[in-house]
Ligand binder design. Sequence first.
Ligand code: URA
Length: 278
Amino acid sequence: MTLDPRRRALWHAMRLGAVWQTRGAGPAAAAPAVEPVTPEVESVTSEDAPATPAHAPAAIAVAPMATTTEPLPGGDGDRKARIARMDWEPLQAAVAACTACELCRTRRQTVFGTGHRQAHWLLAGEAPGAEEDERGEPFVGQAGRLLDNMLEAVGRSRRAQDPAAAVYIANVLKCRPPANRNPQPQEVALCEPFLKRQLQLVSPRVVLIMGRFAAQSLLGSDASIAQLRGRVHAIDLGGRTVPAIVTYHPAYLLRNLADKSKSWADLCLARQVGERRG
Ligand code: URA
């Protein structure tokens, strides 16, 4: 990648090369294929990165939390309503016991979520990969190491005890799709009530939506990440709205280094928006 002097200075100032290196990162091909590179995303160049990482939100689009309305298979039309009333322990137990879709047949274990349950930030990803399926924790593979480094650069951590520095991380799907294939619409429809309940329970100051599937689920939008990022969305939690920032999925960033500067800008925007609500 060729950078002009201004961008090179920005790159170094943000320590993008160093801070976000993944420790012991193997070849990019080992990354889960969770951010399909659409022509739209591929065509995004570093030229449309904001000149400074912290920037004012360009627009606020309020998205009611997208929900599916059709009754769920098994005659359990009440399932979503029951999930929406669950507290943490019953919710975690319901996820662990879930057999609503075929993914329960191939998973090793469910991957519920991790981090502080009163964190100021909630991060939403797509689905567990092989390492997450093995360890039962989201984002513990190569993409997760990048994510942790990115978070550290903005003073946030999944291990922090202070809610202001903490994040809660969860995926749309709680079970690994075989061979890391894309989530199927029916799987998302069946699983997303769990994430939405986690979102309500954490009640964060800001949501960071990572990748296309999380954006589709939480914003109900099929737009590309390039179109959705760089502004503040709002998710209606039923009685309260929470600002949401869309960014690239870390697994996508492993393969598209030039877009790390955009993700940095997104994290800075999230920090700015979260602090504004403090
Ligand atoms: N990708 C995701 O979206 N979630 C994980 O937990 C791991 C990789």
